[in-house]
Design a protein around this ligand. Sequence first.
Ligand SMILES: NC(=O)c1ccc[n+]([C@@H]2O[C@H](COP(=O)([O-])OP(=O)(O)OC[C@H]3O[C@@H](n4cnc5c(N)ncnc54)[C@H](OP(=O)(O)O)[C@@H]3O)[C@@H](O)[C@H]2O)c1
Length: 242
Amino acid sequence: MADSKVVLITGASSGIGHATALRLAGQGHHVVLGARRTDRLTALAEAIRDAGGSADTHRLDVTDPKIVATFVDTAVDRHGRIDVIINNAGVGPLSRLDSLLTDEWNQTIDVNIRGLLHGIAAALPHFQRHGAGHFVTIASVGAHEVMPTGAVYCATKYAAWAITEGLRLELDPGIRVTTVSPGIVESEIADSITDPDTQEAIRAFRESPISADAIAAAISYAIGQPPDVDVNELIIRPAGQR
Ligand SMILES: NC(=O)c1ccc[n+]([C@@H]2O[C@H](COP(=O)([O-])OP(=O)(O)OC[C@H]3O[C@@H](n4cnc5c(N)ncnc54)[C@H](OP(=O)(O)O)[C@@H]3O)[C@@H](O)[C@H]2O)c1
């Protein structure tokens, strides 16, 4: 494939990252898969290879900047360059603030904000050396509006939006920047909710999700544009989501 890219995906073991890996690999891109559940990554890479695609896997914890740097540097060593990093890894243990689940707040900040920054720090020098590259941030509808139980999660997604927009404004035009904001999407994200009342409310709220592949298709559209076309913002949600 003439425009085959080397695409790094954080959080590729389930949900949106998993679907994006399958779609992009199916289009002839080489995908580099990162997450903590390496058994899932191995199974995904095997499925991709069985279908004629190519993939590498790495154990990745985005909260550790050294591990993220190794994830990126290893891909550059192996392939000579990287073209796209999709900073997708995220957690969403929603709860009301008066639940005082401070460990979960900190984990959300560590993964959703620091993890994103670590991905940017690791990939930016390579993109600058190469004079090209593409950052894709998976934010959320929660980057645009706040809902009860989502104060911390939405704060991290507002931050992801702001960081990504700041990046766009600072960069040379050879490097493109896209923020993708999903609405309710089929994935494992709600499994991390520990607060029983919130679990109940979110189960009802998430009753009619769209497929993770709907987000993968949007990412594919953004990275498939010609080099002078920068798709900056996409919001994709169920047609019935209000
Ligand atoms: N699904 C939705 O409705 C929705 C809506 C808006 C935005 N989003 C965003 O979409 C992104 C993907 O989430 P998803 O919905 O696909 O949920 P998911 O199925 O729970 O996937 C989350 C992914 O993030 C990875 N991850 C979590 N902590 C990590 C860490 N410390 N280091 C590396 N990877 C980590 C998980 O892998 P391991 O556990 O194996 O590490 C998993 O692959 C997130 O940023 C989320 O905020 C989702």
